[in-house]
Ligand binder design. Structure first.
Ligand code: RIB
Ligand code: CA
Length: 320
């Protein structure tokens, strides 16, 4: 059993990752912290409660709301991809009697800040907590600034972000999570804790088509599969119009899969740095994968290959 803390900006793919993690018996989710990113952090926290409400749980991880703004830049969100509420607009859906189709989970948000809940959780489980970062790295950078010694006790950080030999998805060179807060990412990559990076190079290897999603959800109609259908409509429409296929990349589910099925993933060591000042390249992750004269001190394991079909099969086995 692995103890994890998920830091997230829910977001549709974050929702799928959170459901997958909650339905993975190999994992114990000690806490979930929200951060600004796909949507405002207040909206993200509301979305997290709605996601957890889908599962009909009796017990919940500790939940705390994190940072509302990146370290330096102004917040850039992605509502155009994830829907106005950041969750495919499922917050608008109603039952016949007018009640919300997806009500919030019956649990409370901690009065502790996201940064302090991260520090409290790593202190509670020194050397055995994995931090899974699915959004911009603002909370993690602020926790390091606040108490680096405590954060040194993290077993590792697994983060979805960056693009190494792949183009970016916000600019030509930058992936969203790093683009939103490059200064936080710079500080995280310079912090001495094992880092596993899951960049677009890996997440773009998996395309969840609308056809596959509907075939799988129609196989076993239930509350979770209905939520999968409802929550993903908006972003699949975005992909159809702007990316060229009806479906989407389940970016954030991959770090969860890396925890439970590491054999589906292949990584290489590399020295990774983040551009924070470039006009054209702000948010670019610069990973040194040169054959010769490679940087001698790798600071991250970079995922470059995924067993896509095996992972997708596993994803649907778990979410049904
Ligand atoms: O670039 C993809 C990442 O940005 C994912 O984490 C998605 O949720 C968005 O936050
Ligand atoms: Ca995310």
């Amino acid at each position: 059993m692995q103890r994890i803390l998920i830091d997230t900006d829910p977001g549709v793919d974050d929702a799928l990752a959170i459901l997958l993690a909650m339905l993975s018996p190999e994992l114990h989710i000690e806490a979930i912290t929200t951060v600004c990113g796909n949507v405002s952090v207040t909206q993200g926290t509301e979305n997290l409660l709605r996601i957890l409400g889908v599962l009909g749980l009796e017990e919940f991880p500790l939940i705390a709301q994190g940072e509302a703004q990146p370290l330096v830049k102004h917040l850039v969100t992605a509502a155009h991809v994830h829907g106005e509420d950041g969750l495919g607009n499922v917050s608008q859906l109603r039952n016949a009697d007018g009640r919300p189709l997806y009500p919030s989970a019956n649990t409370s948000i901690s009065s502790t800040s996201g940064v302090d809940l991260i520090l409290e959780t790593v202190t509670r489980y020194p050397d055995e907590l994995t931090l899974v970062a699915l959004g911009p790295l603002t909370n993690i950078a602020k926790a390091i600034r606040k108490d680096a010694a405590k954060m040194q006790r993290l077993q590792r950080i697994i983060l979805m972000g960056g693009a190494v030999e792949e183009y970016g998805n916000v600019t030509t060179t930058a992936e969203f999570n790093i683009f939103v807060d490059p200064h936080a990412a710079h500080e995280v990559f310079h912090f001495d804790v094992p880092i596993h990076l899951v960049p677009l190079d890996a997440t773009h290897q998996i395309i969840l088509t609308g056809e596959r999603l509907h075939a799988e959800t129609d196989k076993r109609p239930n509350r979770i599969t209905q939520f999968l259908k409802d929550a993903t409509q908006a972003c699949m429409e975005f992909y159809r119009q702007h990316v060229g296929f009806w479906g989407f990349h389940i970016h954030d589910a991959l770090p969860i899969g890396m925890l439970t099925h590491p054999d589906y993933f292949e990584s290489v060591p590399a020295h990774v740095q983040v551009e924070t000042e470039g006009i054209l390249t702000s948010g670019m992750t610069v990973a040194d994968l040169r054959q010769e004269r490679r940087h001698p001190n790798p600071n991250a394991q970079v995922c470059i290959k995924v067993a896509s079909e095996a992972f997708l099969d596993h994803f649907f086995e778990r979410l049904q």
